[in-house]
Design a protein. Structure first.
Length: 138
C-alpha cells in the first residue's frame, strides 16, 4: 500500500494535516515531533506507507536513513547538542503509537538525558523556530 487514508503520517505526507517541516526530498519528509522528548526532536518518514521496519522496502529504508543522517548533521550544526539518539519502535508493545514507519532523531544536551516521549505538546511557533535553525544548517 502506498497510502493509507486513516494513517496520520500518510495524511501529513499529503498535506491534509499540518506539520512543521524541516525538509523533504523525493522519498522522505523530515518534520518536528509535536510532543518532543528534547528541544529539536524531529522525525523522518517515508512518503510511502509501511507500518514498521519489517514492511519497509530496501530502497525506502535507505532513503529514510540517509535523510535521518542529513537531519542529524544539520541538527548538530544548527542546535549544537552534545549528541543525538536515533530511535525506532515496532509494535504497540514496543512503544510504537503511529503505525507508519518513522525514525526519531532526538538531540541530547549535557546533563539532560531525554525521556522516551515528551509529555507536553510543543508550541508550533517554537517548533518553527527550531526547524528554521536546523534548515539553515542543512
Ligand atoms: P512512536 O511512539 O510511534 O515511535 O512515535 C510517534 C511520534 O509521533 C511521537 O513522538 C509523537 O509525539 C509524534 N506525533 C504524534 N502525532 C503527531 C502529529 O500529529 N504531528 C507530529 N508532528 N508528531 C506527532
Ligand atoms: Zn501511512
Amino acid at each position: 500500500m502506498t497510502h493509507d487514508p486513516n494513517c496520520l503520517f500518510c495524511r501529513i505526507v499529503r498535506g491534509e494535516i499540518p506539520a512543521v517541516q524541516v525538509f523533504e526530498d523525493e522519498d522522505t519528509i523530515a518534520f518536528m515531533d509535536i510532543f518532543p522528548a528534547s528541544e529539536g526532536h524531529a522525525l523522518v518518514i517515508p512518503k510511502l506507507h509501511a507500518a514498521n521496519l519489517l514492511e519497509m522496502p530496501d530502497d525506502a529504508l535507505t532513503a529514510v536513513h540517509r535523510s535521518a543522517r542529513r537531519l542529524a548533521a544539520a541538527m548538530m550544526r544548527g542546535l549544537g547538542p552534545a549528541g543525538f539518539q536515533i530511535r525506532q519502535f515496532n509494535g504497540a508493545e514496543a512503544g510504537q503509537t503511529v503505525f507508519h514507519y518513522h525514525v526519531h532523531v532526538v538531540p541530547c544536551y549535557p546533563g539532560a538525558r531525554p525521556g522516551l516521549h515528551g509529555r507536553d505538546q510543543a508550541d508550533p511557533a517554537v517548533l518553527a523556530g527550531l526547524a528554521g535553525r536546523i534548515r539553515a544548517a542543512l
